[in-house]
Design a protein around this ligand. Structure first.
Ligand code: UDP
Ligand code: MG
Length: 151
């Protein structure tokens, strides 16, 4: 099953937007496989964002993501789910994100863009493995609404 790691970043938690953002994912029909509140330390931040090491925004990104608690979630579904979530999240810079997207509705600046979502199924697997132990996840669970969401 294809899945994405979602991080509701410190600004989302501080602004009381955990509920509204998770609601959007739930209402779309996406299924949670894991969910927790945690504080990201510097080592975890550097590992998660390793692809951005050396870029001008890296130090600010690490200090932002480690500055206060985050909510991390694993969201899974059929093939295409990761792309669907990225479309809901919107462009990296909220100033350029389309209205109707999470960043386009709740954010204004790139350095405070509220949410992380894995950018491919491969990134999803890598990122889920660094934030969750297998026993913290429920990968397959029956949901009464499933036949009304997936044909
Ligand atoms: N970021 C930033 N300034 C930039 C580019 C990125 O602060 O110029 C931050 C921002 O929080 C972004 C994260 O670094 O979400 C990771 O960047 P990426 O290009 O992977 O964007 P995303 O996949 O989150 O849309
Ligand atoms: Mg990215």
């Amino acid at each position: 099953m294809e899945r994405a790691l979602i991080i509701l970043k410190p600004d989302a938690v501080q602004r009381g937007l955990v509920g509204p953002i998770l609601t959007r994912l739930e209402q779309r029909g996406l299924k949670l496989q894991g969910l927790k509140l945690m504080q990201v330390d510097e080592a975890l931040a550097r590992r998660h964002y390793a692809e951005h090491e050396g870029k001008g925004f890296f130090a600010g990104l690490v200090s932002y993501i480690t500055s206060a608690p985050v909510v991390v979630a694993v969201v899974g579904g059929k093939p295409g789910t990761v792309e669907l979530i990225r479309a809901m999240v919107g462009a990296t810079n909220p100033a350029k994100a389309a209205p109707g997207t999470i960043r386009g509705d709740f954010g204004v600046e790139i350095g405070r863009n509220l949410i992380h979502a894995s950018d491919s199924p491969e990134s999803g697997e890598r990122e889920v493995a660094i934030f969750f132990r297998p026993e913290e996840l429920i990968v397959e669970w029956g949901r009464a609404a499933d036949p009304w969401i997936y044909e």
